[in-house]
Design a protein around this ligand. Structure first.
Ligand code: ADP
Ligand code: MG
Length: 744
C-alpha cells in the first residue's frame, strides 16, 4: 500500500511540474487566454466547490459555453495542482463516438499533450489511453459495459454524464445504475451536464441535488415564423383566419408577386395543407398527419430555396445552416439548389452538407471559413443541433422536423417517421445562429404550430425496442427487469418490457424464469445486438466464422452499400451483382467484402483455421444467418405475376428498394429471414436472406433452444438431416464447442 502511495505521490509531482511548465509556455498562455474567454471560466471556483461539497451536481449551460472541454479539465487541473493528480480518475461520457474522440483530442491539445497521456478516450472497438490517463472520455455505452464487471467503479473519483438533456437510452440507463451505486461509493462525485434548462428533473431524481447554470454566451437571434418568411420571400399573405376546432375552415391565402403560377399554387397548397382540418391548439393526430407530408416534398424545398435566395440577395454576410430531416432530403435539395442560377453559382455560394455518413474531408470543410464574398450554406440533419458547432453561422433555416424513431409496443414495431421537433429543439436550432453575432432564424412553420410543439422530445428509452437493454439489465444482476426500469426517470410501458423479455426467451437468452442462460451470458458480453451476437456464436460453432463476422460487422454499422441519389439504379444493379443467385443481402455483403479483400491481397486465398473450415459452404452460412435472425421471418407469397411478403404479426410487408431481393421477379425459396423491420408508412423489412423450409425448421427457434438447454442429443437429428455432407465434418467441432459453451 504505502509503496504504491509513494509511487503515486511521485507521479503527482511530475504531473504538476509538467502542467506548470505548459501553463507558463507561450503556447500554453495563449491557450489559457482562450479558455478564460469561455463563459464557464467565470464559474470555475464555484463549480469546483459545489462538486467538492456535493455528491451529485447538475450543471446546465448553452452549447459552446465550455461544459465538456472545460469542466472535467478544471477538476483534473486542480487535482494536479494540489499534488493529488495521480490519485484522481475522471470519466466523462458522451452519447456519440465521434464527440468522445473529438473532445478528448481537443482537451489534450489544450493541455499541450499528445492524446493518450493524461487525457484519453475509449469508444467501442477503439481507444487511446495509457497508464497515465486520468481523464477519460468515453461513450455512455462503454461506461455501462464497465459497470457489468466493476459494479462500484473502483478507483474512479469523478463521473461526468454529459448531454443528459438528450435523454438518450444509455444515459437514462446509466443514471439508474449510478443512483443505485452512490450510497456504496460515498466518495465518488457525479456531475450531470445538460445544454438546456430542464435541470429540475435530474436534480429531483437525485434527491434535490444542487443545480448550477452557466449564464449564456450566444447573441440574440430573431425568430421568423412562416408568416414572416412568406412575406419576406415575396409571398404576400392576404388573409388568414384562425381555424376553429371543427376544422371546417381552411384559409390562408398567399400571393407571390412575379412568381411563376405553379410555384404560387404550391406555396398556397403548402400553407393550406398545413392548416387544414384541425386547430393547432389541440394538435390532434389528424393535424400531425396532415403536416407530416410537409418538409419532405418538393413544396417544402421550394420554400427553403426561396429563403436561401432571400438571404443571399438581401442579407448581411454570414453562413447559413439549414436543418432538414435526413440524408435523402438533403441530397434532393442539394441537387435542386445546384441547378439554381444564383445558389448554384460556386463563385457566390459554397454548398456543403453535414450528416452522419459524410466523409472526414467534407467534415473539415464545414468548419472552414469560405473565401470572401462566398456564402457558406450547410444542409444538415439534426446532428448540427448540439453535437457539432459551426462558429460562423448567422442564419438558420429550420424545417421543423426531424426523423424520429419511435416504438409501437402494441405491434412490436420500430417506426421511423419525420415528425415535429420539440420546443427545446427549435430553441436549440435557433441558438446556432447566434454564435458570433446577432443572428436570424427562419422557422418554416406558423407560430401556432410552434406553440403546439411538445416541450421536450420523448426520451429514447420510451421510443426504442428494449431487447439489448433488458439483456444488459439481466447481466448486471440487479433484480428483475421490471423493478429496475421502474426506477428510471421515466419508465417504459410494461408491454414494451414484456416484448423484450419474450424476445430474449425466444432466442434462448433467458430461460422460463427470466434467468440468463449460458447463451444469454455470452450475448450480453458481445458489444452487438443480441441477434447478431447469436449469429456470431453460431458461426464459430459451425466453422464459418469469417463470412458471419463480415455480415455482423456490416449490420452493426450504417449500411455499407451507399446508394448515391443520382446513381441509385446503377448502384442497385452493382449490388445485386454481388448477390448472384443467393437471394440474400447478407451474402451480397460477404461477396462485396471478399471482392475487396481479394483485390487487396491480389488473389492469394486460404484460411485453413478450424473457425473457417466450412466458410465456403453457402447453405451452411445461410443457415447460420437464419439462426441469428429468427424470429424475423416473412413468407414469400407468389401470385400469378407478382410476389408479396407477409409476416405473422404485420400481414403484408414491403422490401426496401435497395434490397437485392426487391429486384427479382420470383424468389425460389418459401421464406425470407430479416434482422430489422421498420414502419415508415407501411412496414418495411431491410436486409433479408431467402431460406428453405428445412433451414428454417432446423436453424429457427428450435436449435437455439437446443443450444441453450445443452440438449446435444437433440442436435444429432439436425446434423444428420442437413443435406450437406460437409456438415458431418463440423459435428465433432460443434459438440466440443457446445460443451465448452455450457460449462462456462
Ligand atoms: P459545451 O460542452 O458547453 O457545448 P465545449 O466545451 O464543447 O462546449 O466547447 C467550448 C468551446 O471550445 C467552444 O465554444 C469552442 O469555441 C471551443 N472548442 C471546442 N472544441 C473545439 C475544437 N475541436 N477546436 C477548436 N475549438 C473548440
Ligand atoms: Mg458539450
Amino acid at each position: 500500500g504505502s509503496v504504491m502511495e509513494k509511487v503515486l505521490q511521485r507521479r503527482s509531482l511530475q504531473l504538476r511540474n509538467m502542467q506548470r511548465a505548459w501553463q507558463e509556455s507561450p503556447e500554453g498562455r495563449r491557450m489559457l487566454e482562450f479558455r478564460k474567454s469561455l463563459p464557464s471560466f467565470k464559474e470555475k471556483e464555484m463549480l469546483l466547490q459545489a462538486i467538492a461539497k456535493n455528491q451529485v451536481v447538475v450543471i446546465s449551460g448553452e452549447t459552446g459555453c465550455g461544459k465538456t472541454t472545460q469542466l472535467p479539465q478544471y477538476i483534473l487541473e486542480s487535482e494536479i495542482e494540489s499534488g493529488r493528480g495521480a490519485f484522481c480518475s475522471i470519466i466523462c461520457t458522451q452519447p456519440r463516438r465521434i464527440s468522445a474522440m473529438a473532445v478528448a483530442e481537443r482537451v489534450s491539445s489544450e493541455r499541450g499533450e499528445p492524446l493518450g497521456e493524461s487525457v484519453g478516450y475509449k469508444v467501442r472497438l477503439e481507444g487511446m489511453k495509457g497508464k497515465n490517463t486520468h481523464l477519460l472520455f468515453c461513450t455512455s455505452g462503454i461506461l455501462l459495459r464497465r459497470l457489468l464487471s466493476d459494479r462500484n467503479l473502483n478507483g474512479i473519483t469523478h463521473v461526468f454524464v454529459d448531454e443528459i438533456h438528450e435523454r438518450g437510452m444509455n444515459e437514462d440507463f446509466l443514471l439508474i445504475v449510478l443512483k443505485d451505486m452512490l450510497p456504496r461509493r460515498r466518495d465518488l462525485r457525479l456531475i450531470l451536464m445538460s445544454a438546456t434548462l430542464n435541470a429540475e428533473l435530474f436534480s429531483s431524481y437525485f434527491g434535490g441535488a444542487p443545480m448550477i447554470h452557466i449564464p449564456g454566451f450566444t447573441f440574440p437571434v430573431t425568430a421568423h415564423f412562416l408568416e414572416d418568411v412568406l412575406e419576406m420571400t415575396g409571398y404576400k399573405l392576404t388573409s388568414f383566419n384562425q381555424i376553429d376546432n371543427y376544422g371546417q375552415e381552411k384559409v390562408w391565402k398567399t400571393q407571390k408577386q412575379l412568381a411563376p403560377r405553379k410555384k404560387k399554387n404550391q406555396i398556397t397548397a403548402l400553407v393550406e395543407d398545413a392548416l387544414s382540418n384541425s386547430s393547432f391548439e389541440s394538435y390532434s393526430p389528424r393535424a400531425r398527419d396532415s403536416l407530416s407530408c410537409w418538409s419532405s416534398d418538393c413544396v417544402g424545398f421550394n420554400l427553403i430555396e426561396a429563403v436561401l435566395c432571400h438571404i443571399c440577395r438581401k442579407e448581411r454576410p454570414g453562413a447559413v445552416l439549414v436543418f432538414m430531416t435526413g440524408w435523402e432530403d438533403i441530397s434532393c435539395l442539394k441537387d435542386q439548389v445546384k441547378a439554381h442560377p444564383l445558389l448554384g453559382d460556386p463563385n457566390r455560394v459554397l454548398l456543403l452538407t453535414c450528416h452522419g455518413s459524410m466523409a472526414t474531408s467534407e467534415q473539415r470543410l464545414i468548419f472552414e471559413r469560405p473565401p470572401r464574398n462566398v456564402r457558406k450554406i450547410v444542409l444538415a440533419t439534426n446532428m448540427a443541433e448540439a453535437s457539432i458547432t459551426i462558429n460562423d453561422i448567422v442564419f438558420v433555416v429550420d424545417c421543423g422536423k426531424a426523423k424520429e424513431t419511435t416504438y409501437d409496443a402494441l405491434n412490436n414495431t420500430p417506426c421511423l417517421l419525420p415528425s415535429w421537433i420539440s420546443k427545446a429543439s427549435a430553441r436549440q436550432r435557433r441558438g446556432r445562429a447566434g454564435r458570433v453575432q446577432p443572428g436570424e432564424c427562419y422557422h418554416l412553420y406558423p407560430r401556432c404550430v410552434y406553440e403546439a410543439f411538445a416541450d421536450y422530445q420523448l426520451p429514447e428509452l420510451l421510443r426504442t425496442p428494449l431487447n439489448s437493454l433488458c439483456l444488459q439489465i439481466k447481466s448486471l444482476q440487479i433484480g428483475s427487469i421490471g423493478d429496475f426500469l421502474s426506477a428510471a426517470l421515466q419508465s417504459p410501458e410494461p408491454l414494451a418490457v414484456q416484448n423484450a423479455v419474450d424476445f430474449l426467451k425466444l432466442i434462448g437468452a433467458l430461460d422460463e424464469n427470466e434467468n440468463l442462460t449460458n447463451l444469454g451470458k455470452f450475448l450480453s458480453m458481445l458489444p452487438v445486438d443480441p441477434k447478431l451476437g447469436k449469429m456470431l456464436i453460431m458461426g464459430a460453432i459451425f466453422g464459418c466464422f469469417d463470412p458471419v463476422l463480415t455480415i455482423v460487422s456490416g449490420l452493426s454499422v450504417r449500411d455499407p452499400f451507399l446508394l448515391p441519389q443520382d446513381k441509385k439504379d446503377l448502384a442497385g444493379i452493382a449490388k445485386s451483382r454481388f448477390s448472384a443467385k443467393d437471394y440474400s443481402d447478407h451474402m451480397a455483403l460477404v461477396r462485396a467484402y471478399e471482392g475487396w479483400k481479394d483485390s487487396e491481397r491480389e488473389g492469394s486465398h486460404g484460411d485453413a483455421s478450424t473457425d473457417n473450415r466450412l466458410s465456403h459452404n453457402q447453405s451452411l452460412v445461410r443457415a447460420v444467418i437464419c439462426s441469428g435472425l429468427f424470429p424475423g421471418i416473412a413468407s414469400v407469397v407468389h401470385r400469378e405475376t407478382s410476389m408479396s411478403f407477409k409476416t405473422m404479426a404485420d400481414g403484408q410487408v414491403l422490401l426496401y428498394a435497395n434490397s437485392v431481393n426487391a429486384r427479382y421477379q420470383t424468389i425460389p425459396y418459401p421464406w425470407l429471414v430479416f434482422g430489422e423491420k421498420v414502419k415508415v408508412n407501411s412496414v418495411f423489412i431491410r436486409d433479408s436472406t431467402a431460406v428453405s423450409d428445412s433451414i428454417l425448421i432446423l436453424f429457427g427457434g428450435a436449435l437455439s433452444r437446443g443450444v441453450q438447454a445443452g440438449h446435444l442429443k437433440m442436435l444429432d437429428g439436425y446434423i444428420d438431416f442437413f443435406m450437406d455432407p460437409n456438415l458431418s465434418e463440423c459435428y465433432g467441432n460443434l459438440k466440443e464447442e457446445l460443451d465448452k459453451l455450457i460449462q462456462k
